[in-house]
Design a protein around this ligand. Structure first.
Ligand SMILES: Nc1nc2c(ncn2[C@@H]2O[C@H](COP(=O)(O)OP(=O)(O)OP(=O)(O)O)[C@@H](O)[C@H]2O)c(=O)[nH]1
Ligand SMILES: [Mg+2]
Length: 243
């Protein structure tokens, strides 16, 4: 299916270990026959996520590429997206035409979001194991990403989390915005995730999709080499920086 224009760029953000790579694997498994998909992963110093996805065998290896950000992960998806844009454009050129490029952010704090300069739409991944109250805490990704995924719902009984309550809290925090409970062990939930991606792609191709900026991340703390640390923000238009 050629769209006649560039691929839909879909960002996947969320804290460390919630299931960003697994969500990409789920999407690829469900949709790889239907769409030509490429993947860009972001890690600080490694290509661990790209290797995980290659090992999962969900796409030809050469369509999965790693960006090593070398700095705090949110910088490369929000403040200076040039490394990622170059990687996406090279992938699109090498495999022209691609329908969808999935971009995994490095695992970060709860408030990291993609810039609309890099992605057309973004999903934010939380997991049940992170605690049932996390969804209530809100923040730009939880509140305003195009989709919130509550992953690993199969673990609810094992970690004493009421999954239905967590999903309801998430819906309230998003004022009705879409929320999906997902587990790779529950095929219907993976199908629902794939259906959401299919729907966004259809809107994108028709020109009916408007990228939304969830907003900049909240002020946050970075430890420095003296172990002291400092607070800072990522206001709109702020210069790229190193930590
Ligand atoms: N039980 C269960 N475990 C899952 C599910 N999805 C992912 N996991 C496990 O959760 C762990 C983290 O998953 P990843 O997909 O690597 O998470 P990530 O967000 O990409 O992690 P980072 O890139 O390191 O931030 C792995 O051990 C997965 O096997 C799920 O639906 N159910
Ligand atoms: Mg990952």
């Amino acid at each position: 299916m050629s769209t006649g224009k560039r691929a839909l760029r879909l960002g996947i953000a969320g804290p460390v270990g919630t299931g960003k790579s697994s969500s990409i694997a789920n999407i690829c498994t469900a949709l790889a026959q239907e769409f030509r998909i490429g993947v860009i992963t972001n890690d600080i110093y490694t290509d661990e996520d790209a290797r995980f996805l290659k090992a999962a065998g969900v796409l030809p290896d050469e369509r999965i590429r790693a960006v090593e950000t070398g700095a705090c992960p949110h910088t490369a998806i929000r403040d200076d997206v040039s490394m990622n844009l170059l990687a996406v454009e090279a992938l699109e050129e090498d495999f022209d035409p691609l329908d969808i490029v999935l971009i995994e952010s490095g695992g970060d704090n709860l408030t990291a979001t993609f810039s609309p300069a890099l992605v057309d739409a973004q999903l934010f991944v939380l997991d049940v194991a992170g605690g049932g109250d996390v969804a209530r805490k809100g923040g730009p990704g939880i509140g305003r990403a195009d989709l919130l995924v509550i992953n690993k719902i199969d673990l609810g009984p094992h970690v004493d989390v009421d999954v239905d309550l967590m999903l309801d809290d998430a819906k309230k925090a998003r004022e009705g915005g879409p929320v999906l409970g997902v587990s790779r062990k529950v095929p219907d939930t993976v199908d629902a995730l794939a259906a959401w991606v299919r729907e966004v792609h259809a809107r994108f191709v028709k020109g009916d999709h408007t990228p939304v900026d969830p907003g900049p991340m909240a002020p946050h703390f970075h430890a420095d080499e003296d172990g002291e640390g400092y607070m800072h923000t990522h206001a709109e238009g702020e210069e790229a920086h190193q930590h």
